[in-house]
Write a protein that binds this ligand. Sequence first.
Ligand code: GDP
Length: 448
Amino acid sequence: MEDTIVGISSSLGIGAISIIRMSGKESFEIVNKIFTQNILNVDSHTIHYGHIKENNKLIDEVLVSVMKAPKTYTREDIIEINCHGGIITTNKILELLIKNGARLAEPGEFTKRAFLNGRIDLIEAEAIMDLINSKSESARKLAINGLSGNVTLMIENLRNKISKILSNIEANIDYPEYEDILVMTKELIKKEIIIIEAEINKIIKESENSKIIKNGIDTVILGKPNVGKSSLLNKLIGEEKAIVTNIPGTTRDFVEGTIVIDSVLFNIFDTAGIRETHNKIEQIGVSKSINLINTSDVVILVFDNNRKIQKEDMQLLNLTKDKKRIIVINKIDLESKLDKKLLSGDIVEISALNNNIKPLKDKLIEMFNIDSINKKDPNYLFNTRQISTLKKTLNNILELKKGIKNNLPVDILEIDIMEIWKLLGEIIGKNYNEELVEEIFKNFCLGK
Ligand code: GDP
């Protein structure tokens, strides 16, 4: 972390102001080379008006914020330049700073420094990223909970309980003659560990929706041609404000839109490609669609109320029989010719044409228990990585309980207890491994 890094912190595009951020030992000297004011001896946390110049040519009129370590985002010296918005000016200033000694920051590198310098823990770092990326109110709540320190506090409490057990065991081994130290018998260990296990289980249970909250519910709309899939999609997207119509850079070629129903995100996928075909390109589409069905959280299978059930309908029913599925009978404004007796499960009747799609939305809310997601105690919202590590600790707890049952000596039991303590530390980023940290920070945006 010797070098000074620089990045554009605002989004690149046309806007009134852009922010360029620089962090590291040489930040002040570097900016001083291109700024008309001398900022080397100014007070910390002050803002300075002046001009950025290159070879005496004016580049922009800017405000420079000077923030001295350690009370900064990264705990290093930080400069922030507010320049006029627009890609060309912003990039020009960035280039100048790089020319004068800064290095372009990697995605998330500012936050990574904040973590490595001990200003935030891993949970807070993840929360910052989640907050930036949140696309629904419930996702924002999940993120802010991580940032508030609640998650860290709960893990710290569990770790404290475990370290008390560990230190007692150690004291018993090192000072067997001291009678005033609590003797950690297997019964006592078991009693404590059962309490810890119950708390971990509670967190896992309460957080079971956090994947859904953070990433949204992957929803596939399926049905043979002309049943009204596009009309339904348009109605859904029209009524529930669409956030993005395309997610670039993902392999999800089919994503049609992202909507929010009752503060929960639904990623809607289109499967136009599903039909039996011998055409090569279409076949690729078909296999992708089948993949999509398999990985989705819910399938919306649409039928036409005005037509009899056909072979293709039956095939689609069969293809999705093991999935979480809502059968939608569309076009109820028309005469019913559909043999409803052949359909079973969760069925709703709608008319996409007449704007009558509420029964479908209500069914989605009911199916995913969205009311309860919104009412959940946000203190218990842990993210997927945190939960998967907590699940690993349950394996060690199981081993420990087996060991106690088999009457293993306490110093052998200590190995599992130590492992539980380490895993809990991994969640908050104490005893982290490099690979995990790389993985987390590479998902950040540039300039954060
Ligand atoms: P897709 O091929 O499944 O995407 O079907 P479309 O959405 O393109 O709809 C096919 C036709 O059905 C269009 O002419 C729509 O206007 C019509 N349609 C869709 N929904 C309804 C509905 O609820 N009632 C009626 N009467 N027509 C509908």
